[in-house]
Design a protein around this ligand. Structure first.
Ligand SMILES: [Mn+2]
Length: 394
């Protein structure tokens, strides 16, 4: 079959149907255009451990999720490449938006599929990822499917605050991961991309549970509010500092590493307020970024925050993390520690950021036998530099 169907009818049908009908709409479309016999939309759960099926009118009841680490659908998700089995009659394609892995589309055919059909399915996967992402704004349907158990109230607040978990761009790739995903307290990360610069930060609010989540939410929202007013790095930090002092009176605080990167040049500025120094992998070595220590946000009214300069070189990998990563300690055992983190980062040097953050988080969870006593967050930024020959904003 020569498969070059247009996406117009698919988009029209998706637009006309309620969001929950997405798998049924897709099946009708794929059966009309490329002869599919059944299909399943699988969404990654909050821990990126399993791919959870979105029920449809034609799917059998009681379907269970597929393991990210132990299934072919999971391999498609991890490696971000189409996979086939059953002699080419079953095809898995990633559902991904600009580097953020939403899930996998699993399609069955009566006979082996050809190359053009596989290409078409890859594009359908990308379209569906955008549609599911958009639908999150007006239905809880997909969020519920992504939850294998209930989120704590603190985690609900933190997940609402998070940016899209991964983003790929010509000049850089960024990805972050939070654990314990279903019960996060005060950790968060954020980024925003503009034509000429990137703002990237990680923060850890003192304490645990709801109060820490409220602290983290206030800090993140104050930073965003200032950033959206067009204010620079230091003003953003000062705004969050003031907001925390006003609400929490210096009793609670938030550590943060916040940076801006000029995309055409890689020149960066960092404010490190009581947070662990980022790590940078350059020329095969992993080192701490030397930071000027400054107190956490919301602690001392008289603090004036100062930026320090950094320079990113194409090929650099920058790693931001919270103390929940390095201080994860099993009963009677040793901390996960920075040395173990560095080894793991060097081992995964060539793995894309989105998969590296998942692997680091899961190693930390394994170290703690699945029971974290603090939030553990890691963010990886791969700096490629501006595309060859570009002088204008990339
Ligand atoms: Mn912490």
């Amino acid at each position: 079959m020569t498969a070059t169907p247009s996406f117009g009818p698919l988009l029209e049908a998706l637009d006309a149907a309620p969001p929950f009908a997405l798998p049924d709409v897709v099946l009708v479309e794929l059966s009309n255009t490329v002869g599919a016999s059944s299909c399943l939309v699988l969404l990654a759960d909050y821990e990126s451990k399993s791919l959870e099926p979105v029920p449809s009118a034609s799917s059998p009841p009681g379907m269970s999720g597929q393991s990210v680490d132990g299934s072919l659908a999971g391999r498609c998700y991890r490696e971000q490449r189409a996979r086939t089995e059953q002699g080419g009659r079953r095809v898995f394609v990633p559902m991904t938006v600009r580097g953020e892995r939403i899930g996998v589309l699993d399609v069955h055919f009566p006979t082996e599929v050809d190359g053009p059909t596989q290409d078409h399915l890859a594009q359908v996967g990308a379209v569906l990822a955008h549609v599911v992402n958009g639908a999150r704004r007006y239905t809880d349907h997909f969020e519920r499917i992504r939850r294998r158990r209930q989120l704590s109230l603190a985690a609900e607040i933190q997940w609402e605050l998070l940016p899209v978990l991964a983003f790929s761009h010509a000049a850089f790739c960024v990805a972050g991961h939070l654990e314990p995903a279903y019960d996060i307290g005060g950790d968060t990360f954020d980024y925003a991309v503009e034509p000429a610069n990137l703002t990237l930060g990680i923060s850890d609010a003192r304490g645990h549970g709801l109060r820490a989540a409220l602290l983290g939410a206030l800090a993140t929202t104050a930073l965003r509010n200032s950033r959206r007013r067009g204010e620079g790095l230091v003003k953003q930090v000062a705004a969050a500092h003031r907001a925390l002092l006003a609400q929490f009176g210096g009793e609670d605080f938030v550590t943060i590493a916040l940076m801006t990167v000029d995309l055409p040049s890689g020149a960066a500025a960092l404010v490190n307020a009581g947070h662990l120094p980022p790590l940078v992998i350059r020329n095969g070595r992993c080192q701490r970024v030397r930071v000027e220590p400054q107190p956490p946000l919301g602690m001392f009214a008289a603090t004036t925050y100062r930026p320090q300069r950094l320079s990113l070189v194409p090929g650099d990998r920058l790693v931001l993390f919270t103390d929940g990563i390095t201080e994860a300690t099993p009963e009677g055992g040793a901390t996960f520690g920075e040395a173990r983190l560095v080894d793991l980062l060097l081992e995964t040097r060539s793995t894309p950021p989105v998969e590296t953050v998942r692997l680091v988080s899961h190693k930390v969870l394994d170290h703690r036998a699945g029971q974290l006593n603090d939030d553990a967050t890691v963010v990886v930024l791969d700096w490629h530099g501006p595309p060859e020959g570009s002088t204008a904003p990339v």
